[in-house]
Design a binder for this molecule. Structure first.
Ligand code: BGP
Length: 467
């Protein structure tokens, strides 16, 4: 018998900027990524999402493939500037129509939509008007956008999440400078992160006030940290890293407060986050219904006495994920015994079971969805077939790791591998593939099922029994 509950949801995920294209179609406004990806030296060989895989025009064909795969749910994000070209105010009805038709098409095939409101594409107008996430004004703007989405799609969509991976868009946007708005300013970053938590709380409040029949959650990276040695310094460094990478991001949305020790450290070092009266209550009173967990890898931690700064990159490779650290506190280091992908991410399925266990221990048995998990690789084409056995192995081991967490009592309700289709990797172009469906960039973006497609079809059909 399968360890997965009968109503467990099997799906897959994408995000607007990475699949849609149609960057200026039918009245869409400019996003921060539309601008950023066109600046010299920002992305792999100057790749961008102008066309991406043209899901905007081909969504019916894509949904047909999802249905053939047997997907029961599909996680996608809404492009804020497609609905509100200036970020606030005038609504672009053509944008509403696109998502509305996508939702109807999914429902027609019995695929439950899970909407992410913010997967990093900010209306550039808001960046220019008041500095985007740096300003408190973003909280009202985000609430207005969220309400518009609830109003137009809330009759048909039950699963919502406000944000995707704050650590990435804030960490890379404001600490390492690798994402827009390209700043290296922890003070601004910590405050911007506070505004994300406030915006989440306001959007959760509106969701409930508007009586939307569904659940609303928050999606975070799930990155377990382990110390590289047993020394007290490395263990302490790991505690701090875990506090920053996990507790700082999860506590405000699940407990309505920051972890006390780290809050004191941040306020002492940078004078932020800065609270105004009402912030604490807003956070406390608007706890999310579930948490979405994006799991790819573990990161080992060592005490850091030598590498200076906070954007330190101990890997030397762009996008390795080992860019953030703090002199005197910690750095992320390679595991000498680890198995790594071509992009230097540690493959460690056990970490998924462990990390879910840590979440349950700290926050109780809250509903969980695994909202991303996958292997980024260059898939070989042999005799015209896309052979992605390493992806099958990766996903199988991680599905087993989720099964183990369920057996230990965790309330995991669904699984969304990243990604349904090969798409744009933010900084790595189209060469880092994740999908069950291959896209031929030399043949007018033709779709082709990979080896993993048939495999995942069986996994879904047997509710995870046949891996
Ligand atoms: C997550 C993002 C996704 C996706 C994935 C893979 O952080 O939420 O949007 O891109 O990582 O990352 P990458 O494309 O860098 O390999």
């Amino acid at each position: 018998m399968s360890v997965f509950p009968k109503d467990f949801l099997w799906g897959a995920a994408t995000a607007s900027y990475q699949v849609e294209g149609g960057h200026d179609a039918d009245g869409k406004g400019l996003s921060n990524w539309d601008l950023f990806s066109h600046l010299p030296g920002t992305t792999y060989q100057g790749t961008n999402g102008d066309v991406a895989v043209d899901h905007y025009h081909r969504f019916r064909e894509d949904v047909a493939l999802m249905a053939e795969l047997g997907m029961q749910t599909y996680r996608f994000s809404i492009s804020w500037p497609r609905l509100l070209p200036q970020g606030r105010g005038e609504v672009n009805e053509a944008g509403i129509r696109f998502y509305s038709e996508l939702i109807d098409e999914l429902l027609k095939h019995n695929i439950k939509p899970m909407i992410t409101l913010y997967h990093w594409d900010l209306p550039q107008a808001l960046q220019e008007q008041f500095g985007g996430w740096e300003s408190r004004e973003i909280v009202d703007a985000f609430d207005e956008y969220a309400r518009l989405c609830y109003q137009r799609f809330g009759d048909r969509v039950e699963l919502w999440s406000t944000f995707n991976e704050t650590i990435v868009f804030i960490g890379m946007g404001y600490m390492t400078g690798a994402h827009p708005p390209r700043l290296t300013d922890p003070k601004k970053g910590i405050q911007a992160c506070h505004h994300v938590f406030l915006a989440n709380a306001r959007a959760v409040k509106s969701f409930r006030e508007m009586g939307i029949d569904g659940q609303i959650g928050f999606v975070n990276v799930l990155q377990p940290n382990d110390p590289i040695s047993d020394s007290p310094q490395d263990r302490r460094a790991c505690e701090i890293a875990e506090g920053i990478f996990t507790h700082w991001l999860y506590d405000p949305v699940l407990k309505g407060e920051y972890p006390a020790e780290l809050l004191a450290m941040a306020q002492q070092a940078f004078g932020v986050p800065y609270f105004v009266p009402g912030d604490e209550e807003l956070l406390k009173q608007n706890i999310v219904d579930f948490i979405g967990l994006n799991y790819y890898k573990r990161e080992m931690v060592a005490h850091n006495d030598d590498v200076d700064g906070y954007a330190i990159n101990t890997s030397g490779q762009k996008g390795s994920g080992r860019e953030l650290g703090f002199k005197g506190l910690f750095k992320l280091v390679r595991n000498p015994n680890g198995v790594y992908t071509d992009w230097d991410w540690e493959v460690y399925p056990q970490g998924l079971t462990d990390a879910i266990g840590r979440i349950v221990k700290r926050y109780g048995n809250i509903p969980l969805y695994i909202t991303e998990n996958g292997l980024g690789a260059k898939d070989p084409i042999v005799d015209g077939e896309v052979r992605d056995q390493p992806r099958i192995d990766y996903l199988r081991d991680h599905i087993q790791a989720i099964g183990a967490a369920i057996e230990q009592g965790a309330d995991v309700r669904g699984y969304y591998p990243w990604s349904f289709i090969d798409l744009l990797s933010w900084l790595n172009g189209y060469q880092k593939q994740y999908g069950f469906v291959y896209v031929d960039h030399n043949d007018s973006l033709a779709r082709k099922k990979k080896q993993s497609f048939g495999w995942y079809q069986r996994v879904i059909a047997t509710n995870g029994e046949q891996l």
